[in-house]
Design a protein around this ligand. Structure first.
Ligand code: 0X9
Ligand code: ZN
Length: 312
């Protein structure tokens, strides 16, 4: 294990322990669900937080589609811990009375383990591809406009870092998220990645803006709000923009959640700002400040989704 792992990032094993502990310490409002299994057979976990099962207001936070983006495990995990620690204090209390928050901090545990023990910069899952290469990019494998691009940032070549897979939802990690989102009818989804400090909204597959002007205004408004909230904590700039402006991709998580369900959907790229600041290798002493600056934005998204009136 690297010094980083020892110094405070979760491993597959410690995440499972901590999620179990949270569920045990808060039996009335927290429930650990196994939502599937990875390519190598590891359980995929989601923590459900809320007083009652089957409410009609639900929000999901996802982490670690990409193995090397360790900070993207910690922010949703710390959000779950924060909600449970504050479950008897307003406003968290009312949110958890009326709604549910689902947190799946590590969508790609096989990749994370490989990143921790073998190759720190591993990105994809651990699928054995025909031809001998390894890995499908889980953030290219969702079924909305899947595969329509064949470019370096969204590739049909199995050995590439952004390999889209042989077909939409070919990967068990991605099917697990698909099945969870389909079953629970979330009102919004936020997926954490790193790095670049960005707040991204659909579309990713085209530079065209989304057509529905109310949806666009809603997501731009939320993104701008989150941008200000994040900046207000430690002064860092997280730029709000359409995902395709970073680079075009087809089959990412939030194109599917918005394209299929029409719900507010964001990808947040966490610290650091650039490769010069370490890129994917974020020192563990930045977990806490990164969480601190993202907490109000996460809570604003949660509040927005759980308090959102049904739109016709
Ligand atoms: O490439 C990705 O999947 C995300 N960036 S990362 O550096 N974490 O790999 C960005 C996905 C957002 N969608 C688009 N840029 N289209
Ligand atoms: Zn990523």
């Amino acid at each position: 294990a690297t010094a980083e792992a020892a110094a405070g990032y979760h491993t597959v094993a410690t995440l499972e322990q901590d999620l179990r502990r949270l569920a045990e310490q808060h039996p009335e409002i927290a429930e650990l669900h196994q939502i599937g299994r990875s390519v190598e057979g590891r359980p995929l976990w989601a923590l459900r937080i809320g007083e009652r099962r089957g409410s009609d207001r639900k929000v999901a936070f996802l982490g670690c589609h990409h193995a090397r983006e360790w900070i993207s495990v910690e922010v949703p995990y710390l959000l779950a811990e924060h909600l449970l620690d504050n479950s008897s204090t307003e406003p968290v209390r009312s949110w958890l009375q009326q709604g549910e928050v689902w947190v799946a901090p590590m969508v790609n545990p096989d990749g994370h383990e490989h990143s921790r023990t073998v190759n720190r910069l591993w990105r994809k899952n651990r699928r054995r591809n025909p031809g001998g290469s390894i890995g499908v990019d889980p953030n290219r494998n969702y079924g909305y406009m899947w595969g329509v691009l064949d470019i370096s940032t969204s590739s049909h070549v199995p050995s590439d870092e952004t390999y889209v897979g042989p077909r939409a939802f070919s990967e068990p990690e991605v099917r697990a998220v698909r099945d969870l989102v389909t079953r629970e009818h979330f009102g919004g989804v936020l997926s954490y990645h790193s790095y670049s400090q960005l707040i991204l909204y659909p579309w990713g597959y085209t530079s065209q803006p989304i057509e529905d002007e109310d949806d666009l205004a809603e997501m731009r408004g939320l993104a701008d709000g989150m941008e200000g909230l994040i900046r207000g904590v430690h002064g860092r700039t997280y730029t709000a923009q359409q995902a395709s402006e970073l680079y075009p991709t087809a089959g990412d998580t939030t194109d599917w959640t918005y394209g299929e369900f029409g719900i507010p959907s964001f990808t947040i790229e966490l610290r650091p700002a650039s490769a010069l600041d370490g890129g994917f290798i974020l020192p563990a002493d930045q977990i806490e400040p990164c969480w601190e600056e993202n907490r109000p934005a996460a809570l604003e998204f949660l509040r927005h989704v759980l308090e959102r009136p049904e739109r016709v």
